[in-house]
Design a protein. Structure first.
Length: 155
């Protein structure tokens, strides 16, 4: 069941969403781009990581298949956003359960959602096998974003 935000807390008629994962290299990047694409102008979206690295090349390739270019995307640290005092209506962790506890607490009010997705860094096999696993992850994230947008639109 999705918790909903108080519509009086929405600034500029946009719902602010932050996706957080471990490295901001895969899951949060995909979620950010899908919400921008599927949610349209209703959302203001960012993503960040606990220990940012760079965007995974296989994720770049998988998203390119969907018409989304991540080749120039930069990663960012969630702690920098926290220090800047950024405000979000939703903070959504997309990392696995063991790492989500490391996420900072942002100034409230916001709704925190926890969507556990596997870390592509843990995928095994050759490049083709890893690519198939990333496509499956990508599709699961897109499906979850579609459901999120439907739920928010109904509220």
């Amino acid at each position: 069941m999705l918790q909903f935000i108080d519509t009086n807390m929405v600034q500029n008629n946009k719902i602010k969403v932050l996706f957080v994962c471990t490295h901001n290299s895969s899951r949060s990047q995909m979620a950010e781009e899908y919400l921008k694409k599927i949610g349209g102008d209703r959302f203001e979206v960012e993503s960040a990581g606990l220990e940012p690295t760079s965007v995974n090349p296989l994720v770049i390739a998988a998203m390119k298949e969907e018409g989304i270019d991540l080749s120039t995307k930069k990663t960012q640290a969630v702690w920098n956003l926290f220090r800047e005092g950024k405000f979000y209506n939703y903070v959504i962790t997309v990392c696995d359960r063991k790492n989500e506890k490391q996420c900072p607490i942002f100034p409230k009010p916001f709704v925190q959602l926890k969507w556990s997705f596997p870390d592509p860094e843990s995928f095994s096999g050759n490049e083709s096998q890893k690519m198939e696993q990333i496509r499956s992850l990508r599709d699961a994230i897109r499906s979850r974003i579609e459901k999120f947008v439907e739920e928010v639109n109904r509220s």
